[in-house]
Every structure is written in C-alpha cells, then in structure tokens.
Write a new protein. Structure first.
Length: 572
C-alpha cells in the first residue's frame, strides 16, 4: 500500500473520555472511530488487525474439529422465552419489535439459536459429538460502556458451542477448547492467565476465564505463588479460620452516640474491627421477599457475586436499599443495623461469623450497639454462606499461603453448560438403546474486538502502538526520506516490489512529508519493522528498525528484505 493513497486519519488529540492506552492509541492511530457511546467502527488499519485476530481464532477452532457457521444477530423472542432468558437477561438485551409487533432481540450471545439448530437436526448418538462456532457481531446494552473496544455495546465475538452425549464427552470438548484458547492468545502476543470463574448469566457448572494481564483490566484475579490456585476474586473461595474457643459472654446494649461506621464504633469502643459485624442492606425484585440484610465481619469486603448466587436473584434485580423505606418494614436503623431485632427481611450471614465469639453489632436502635453478640444464641441466618471477597494477603483457599491479586482483561471464557439449555429447549438425542437423553453442552466465547484492545494495552509505548507481527495491520513500512532523490526513490520502489512479491504486507511511505512526520506516524501505527531509505540509498544501504527496539541498524537492501521475511516466517 502506498501511504499517499491510504485512507487514514491519525489524530493529535483524542477526546477526554479516552482514558486508557488502548483506547487512546487506537483512536489516535485512526484505527477505530466512535459512532456513539459504546459503538465503534473499524477503519482500514483497524480492520486489518481485526481480521488477523479472527483468522488466528478461526485456524485454532478449525484445528480442534469445530465447524464454522454464521447465524443472524436478530433472534425471535420465543427462543429466549423457552430457555427462560427473555426475562433473566434483563436490560442488557437490546430488544426490538417488527412491524407486526413481534418481539426480537439483537443477540448478546447465541446459546438458544445453536440449541435450536441442533434439536432440529440431531437425533442420534451417532451425530455426536459436535462443535459449531461463529464469528459474529454481538449486542449488549452495557450499563457503563467504556474504554473503547473493551466494553462496547456492539462487539465481535467468536462463540462456539459443543454438543456431547455425556459429561465425559463434555469434559473432552472443554479441554480441547481450553487448549485452543491458550494457543489463540499466545499467537496474539498476549500475556494471559486462565483462571476459574463464576458462570454468571450464562449458567452451568464450571467455567474458566482467560485474562490478559493489565493494570486497566476490569477483572480482578486472585492467585497463589505456592500452588496453582487462580480464580477471579468474584469466584475465589475464602478459607474461614477455625472457630474461636472463648466463652460466650452476656450480650449487652451500649450507648455509642454518632458512631455510624464500623470505624467509628470500633474506635469508640476500643475494639478491633475484626470483632465487629458489618451490615449491608439491599432491596430485591421479583422475589417473595423485598429486603435483604447481609452480615460480614467488620473488616471484610462483600462479594456481590456470592450474595447474588446465594439469593438466586438476577444482577439487575438487586440494589442497595433505601434505608428509610427499609427501616419501616424491617426495624433496621441506618448506621446501627445488626442481626438482632431485624424482622421481615432475608438475613444472609457470612459463614465466618458462625465460629466467632462475642462480636459487636448494631442494635437496631439509634445511637446504640450490642456487644458480645454470638451466632446461634442471639441471631441466626436464613442463609449462611461464604460472602467474602478474597483480598491480597488473605490465606489462599487451597494452600493457605498469602493470596496475590492482579488485574486482567477478560478476553475469553469457557463454560460447561451441561443440560441447562438442552432440557428446557428439549434438545435430546437417542442413545444406543433408543433411550432419549438431553444433549450435554458447553459454550466458549472470545471477545475478538476486546482482544484487539487488549493487545494494544500490552504492546505500546509513549509514541504509539507496537503490534506483534502476527496481528499487525502491515508487516513493514518503508520510509522514503527524500522523494526528490532519484536513488532513494528507486531503491524504495525496488524494496517495495520485492517485499510484495515475497508475500509481505508492506506500506511505502511515499508522502510528500518531512522525515520526522513519517517516523512519527510509523511509530504511532506500530508497524513492527521500519526500513528507512535515506542518504545511503546510492550504496544500496538502508536503516532497519524493529518498532520494539530503540535504535536502527544499517543493512544492505537484500539483508533488510531477508530479515523482514524471517520475522514474518516466525509467526506463520
Ligand atoms: P464481562 O464480564 O466483561 O461483561 P461477560 O463475562 O459478560 O463479559 P461473556 O458472555 O463471557 O462476557 O462473552 C464472551 C467474551 O466476549 C468475553 O470473554 C469478552 O471477551 C467479550 N465481551 C463480553 N462483553 C463485551 C463487551 N461489552 N465489549 C467487548 N467485548 C465483550
Ligand atoms: Mg465472561
């Protein structure tokens, strides 16, 4: 491609809303363009990199025996009603009506469509196992679209679905996909970590997320240096200490004026936060109860995912309670709520509190707390479960060593679904004995457009992007320093033709611009190799500079070609 002909607009300034490097650099390099909040278009360079990622995904999927199809993004509501997700998916789903008032959605994922295909086409065990996938645009009306391609409302996903006869078959399909994901992200040049994950709205029994490590990642990962524990903190279990053995003392009400926070009351009573109980109050919808009070140790953080799972409530059907409204209904008192004296609400108690003795809690009375509160004797929970968020330094749930925390970008996730969709949607097959059995399913997603952003997040410097060769829009850029010098023009042209003939993807910067401008653009675009044709052109010499290195080396034109081709061959 001749740069003088290329449709490209780089930017010197980007909107303030671009906060993280990938968003800033993709905009500045003119690779993506915003249409409206959370909706982006891909410009020529961005589209080229995107297609390369898609191709890597496609190759690794095909290698496992999965077969590519392409389904519509518009899906009739009936399918989602059958699986129960028309309601359960909530406001994240883009819904629309046709001219006859029939309901549709723009697919946020496609379990229903793929299950529907299979239930119509498969009826014998001989047709299984199967794995079908597509690379397709998905729609989610995210609450907070942000960070450009990272969390957008329209994005490109590879979604695969496996169909097996039984659990053992699913285990094998899951393993194959897991390994294919490792290959995909390695080929994309990402530093990543597979971690155990929560199943979320998709459902099912087991899941792993693939997280590209990055300080701007929205996913928090707990891991251990002493064992193989690695999980999202949403998912990570918490290891409770052994029950305390001290004697239970008599519960007492104490006057604690103005102490509305754990901090205040513990300072006032001169007791450690570890000896207090913290209350968190919620309102829920579409349940037989309206209010929830969750209790955890005063110094702990609530893990919202664990609470949501324990209640079996959808994420969009729970919110912090309006304390005044809740006070009338349940007897809670803002800042002074404890588990003793509450009524008409679901009480969820963290498992750790059960073994602890003589704690301090709100008295459900203004300016008062209770001390020496004990589980079993003074209060109980409707649900007792682990509600805690694992923090840096907490004991590893597997081996007890101090836990470490890192941030990551979820670029892919694999799920064991089991029969969550096949049973309600009646996707059954007949086994060897003509017995009807539900097909056992798995599903596997890769955020293709998010992967593009994650790559930039991990590969940039102060001047722009540094594409790994495998996903670079072009392999090499030839910078012609002086377009009026015939020797330079001839050598640049010769290099260009030879590289093209050898199958390289080449940009020839033949623009009538100062060399400084050309160098800046080459760095901004992040083309992995720059070959500068300048003063030494008459001697057949050029400068060769990998984008990732600080300085250039002189090479003969032939050597430069050989080096570029070798670098390309490494990732082929
Ligand atoms: P998140 O927790 O980040 O919202 P998710 O777990 O809901 O994602 P999945 O349903 O697992 O997402 O979708 C498969 C993949 O699609 C994700 O691993 C992620 O890479 C990508 N993805 C999901 N939501 C978005 C989005 N809003 N923008 C871009 N990519 C997304
Ligand atoms: Mg996910």
């Amino acid at each position: 491609m001749r740069m003088s002909k290329m449709y490209m607009k780089t930017l010197r300034e980007v909107p303030a809303e671009a906060e993280i490097p990938s968003h800033i650099w993709l905009l500045r390099a003119g690779m993506i363009r915003k249409l409206v909040s959370g909706v982006y278009g891909y410009m020529p360079m961005g589209q080229k990199s995107l297609l390369k990622i898609e191709q890597i995904v496609r190759e690794e999927m095909d290698r496992t025996g999965a077969q590519e199809i392409l389904q519509s993004a518009i899906c009739p509501a009936e399918l989602w009603q059958e699986s129960g997700r028309w309601q359960a998916y909530g406001p994240e789903m883009f819904r629309l009506k046709d001219r006859n008032q029939r309901d549709f959605c723009l697919g946020p994922t496609a379990e229903e469509i793929f299950t529907d295909i299979i239930r119509n086409d498969v009826d014998s065990y001989r047709q299984l196992p199967l794995n079908l996938y597509q690379i397709q645009t998905k729609y989610r009306d995210e609450k907070r679209p942000r960070f450009g391609l990272m969390r957008s409302r329209e994005f490109i996903m590879k979604d695969a679905y496996s169909f097996d006869r039984d659990e053992a078959g699913l285990e094998e399909s899951y393993r194959k996909m897991y390994e294919a994901y490792e290959k995909v992200f390695t080929r994309c040049g990402l530093t990543f970590r597979p971690v155990e994950a929560d199943n979320g709205a998709i459902g099912g029994s087991k899941s792993h997320e693939f997280c590209a490590l990055s300080e701007y990642g929205e996913e928090e990962i707990a891991y251990c240096d002493c064992c193989d524990m690695a999980a999202t903190t949403e998912r990570a279990e918490f290891r409770d200490a052994a029950p305390e053995t001290e004697e239970m003392l008599a519960m007492e009400e104490v006057f604690t004026p103005g102490t509305k926070t754990i901090e205040d009351v513990c300072n006032y009573l001169k007791m450690p936060k570890e000896k207090s109980i913290k209350a968190l109050l919620f309102k829920v919808y579409e349940k037989e109860y309206e209010y929830v009070a969750a209790f955890i140790r005063g110094d702990r953080e609530l893990n919202m995912t664990k609470l949501i799972n324990a209640l079996g409530v959808a994420e969009f059907n729970i919110e912090f309670a309006d304390e005044n409204a809740m006070s009338e209904a349940t007897g809670c008192v803002g800042g002074f709520t404890g588990p003793v004296g509450l009524h008409d609400c679901k009480i969820v108690v963290d498992s750790e509190l059960v073994g602890m003795k003589n704690l301090c809690a709100g008295a459900c009375k203004y300016d008062h707390h209770l001390i020496n509160v004990n589980y079993g004797r003074d209060y109980t929970g409707d649900i007792v479960t682990d509600l805690k968020l694992l923090r840096e330094g907490d004991p590893c749930p597997k081996c007890g060593a101090p836990t470490k925390i890192a941030k990551g970008i979820e670029v892919g996730q694999v799920f064991k679904l089991g029969t969550k969709y096949s049973e309600p949607m009646h996707a059954y097959y007949k086994d060897e004995n003509q017995q009807e059995k539900p097909i056992v399913m798995g599903c596997y997603g890769i955020g293709v457009s998010r992967t593009l952003a994650a790559i930039v997040e991990q590969h940039h410097d102060k001047d722009g992007i540094i594409w790994p060769m495998a996903v670079a829009p072009y392999h090499v850029i030839i910078t012609l320093v002086n377009g009026k010098d015939q020797a330079q023009v001839d050598l640049a042209e010769d290099l260009y033709q030879k590289l093209l003939a050898a199958g390289a993807e080449v940009i020839l910067d033949d623009r009538d611009e100062r060399p400084g401008v050309k160098f800046k653009d080459a760095d901004l675009l992040g083309i992995p190799v720059r070959i500068t044709v300048g003063k030494k052109a008459a001697d057949g010499m050029v400068e060769y500079k990998p984008r990732s290195e600080a300085s250039a080396v002189d090479k003969t034109a032939e050597d430069a070609i050989a080096s570029v081709l070798a670098a390309i061959a490494e990732v082929k």
